[in-house]
Design a protein around this ligand. Structure first.
Ligand SMILES: Nc1ncnc2c1ncn2[C@@H]1O[C@H](COP(=O)(O)OP(=O)(O)OP(=O)(O)O)[C@@H](O)[C@H]1O
Ligand SMILES: [Mg+2]
Length: 359
């Protein structure tokens, strides 16, 4: 097992002026499950491929444990990778697929059989070992791909969207299995996904990337509670945080005729800006007599709670709003209600820098 360090690691693809990954600094602990998340094209796969040795590092360096692997070939890095399309060999049995890399390494037949059986037991694949991949379900194939990585007993697992070929329900089951398995094996893992729910449920820590730049790295809860900037605030959480541009007034943030009281010391951090971005999570809105007027479009009943979707009109702009409300509260579609933001749950961002204003 090992730690992984990206030290200002940069990848600029030939013919491109902007780096796909820009001075990435990331320290991954021994045994940690680190998730890289962000929108399409933000540099997740490139980062992973740099660690795997499949992509050149143009500047900076990468360490596995205390070894500088920046210019080492993939086979000297002691990693195992699980890809999105797990590309099993169709003509080989499950057992042979799982043992193939070991065979290439010259591991004896007996040792191979032993390690394949161990991995099969971990993954619940014992009864499928003689089958061909085409006779397996999507979830079982995914487990074979995991098995191929496990039998190699690597220092680091790298996974690039390994669940994206599975349907929604199987994805949820499989992500729990992978997280459990990783915990049991204790192997340092770097896992790539564009799905923030997957990131939040699986990662010990989550690194959020945008345009090749690391935005923030922290535990799922800290990301949720203390997003560093507007991008992380809007990206992490489902349904997403409401982000409203409000006018700064003496002692508050003004949205139409509704003023949210805010400490002067916090408002002062906005500098010369006339506006600030107020972030309100759906659960931080309360139906009240005074608040932001919202025209109700849909109420999604979930049993204990409900999500109210509607439109707010303030300062001449229409904006979609989502709020979590009590499912027992009668709210009519098409009616206008008022939503007040709970002051201690506000997230405030500078409109000029998008950085968080509160501590
Ligand atoms: N081989 C390549 N040559 C040139 N540019 C590339 C190459 N591979 C990726 N890129 C570019 O580098 C950027 C990062 O790509 P990358 O594949 O790392 O994104 P990603 O975060 O994995 O996205 P996705 O979620 O869509 O898989 C993108 O702008 C992409 O177009
Ligand atoms: Mg990718």
């Amino acid at each position: 097992m090992a730690t992984v360090s990206f030290k200002a690691a940069t990848r600029i693809y030939p013919g491109s002026d902007t780096p796909a990954v820009d001075k990435l600094n990331l320290e991954i602990e021994d045994g940690e499950f680190m998730v890289l998340v962000g929108p399409s094209g933000c540099g997740k796969s490139t980062s992973l491929r740099m660690l795997a040795g499949l992509e050149e590092v143009n500047e900076g360096s990468i360490y596995i444990g205390d070894r500088d692997v920046t210019h080492r070939p993939p086979k000297e890095r002691d990693i195992a990778m699980v890809f999105q399309n797990y590309a099993l060999y169709p003509h080989m049995s499950v057992a042979d697929n799982m043992g193939f890399a070991l065979k290439m390494q010259g591991v004896s037949k007996e040792d191979r059989a032993k390690r394949v059986m161990e991995a099969a037991k971990l993954l619940g694949l014992e009864e499928y070992l003689e089958r061909k991949p085409k006779a397996l379900s999507g979830g079982q194939r995914q487990r074979v791909a995991m098995g191929r990585a496990i039998v190699r007993n690597p220092q680091v697992f790298l996974m690039d969207e390994p669940l994206s070929n599975l349907d929604a329900k199987l994805r949820v089951q499989t992500r729990t299995q992978i997280a459990e398995l990783q915990q049991r094996l204790g192997v340092t893992t770097v896992y790539v996904t564009h799905d923030q729910v997957e990131a939040m449920t699986m990662g010990d820590r989550v690194a959020v990337l945008k345009d090749g730049l690391l935005q923030q790295v922290d535990t799922p809860l800290n990301l949720y509670d203390n997003p560093k900037n507007k991008f992380v605030a809007g990206f992490i959480g489902s349904p997403a945080m409401n982000l409203l541009t409000a006018d700064i007034t003496d002692g508050g943030a003004k949205l139409g005729d509704y003023t949210i009281p805010i400490d002067r010391s916090v408002l002062a951090k906005a500098g010369s800006d006339k506006t600030l971005t107020v972030g309100v999570r759906p659960e931080a809105f309360k139906v009240a007599d005074e608040g932001l007027p919202v025209k109700v479009a849909v109420v999604e009943e979930l049993g204990a709670d409900a999500y109210l979707y509607g439109t707010a009109e303030h300062s001449g702009e229409h904006q979609q709003i989502v709020a979590r409300i009590d499912a027992r509260m009668p709210v009519e579609k098409g009616s206008t209600i008022r939503l007040a933001a709970v002051p201690e749950k506000l997230h405030l961002f500078s409109t000029s820098t998008d950085e968080r204003l509160t501590a």
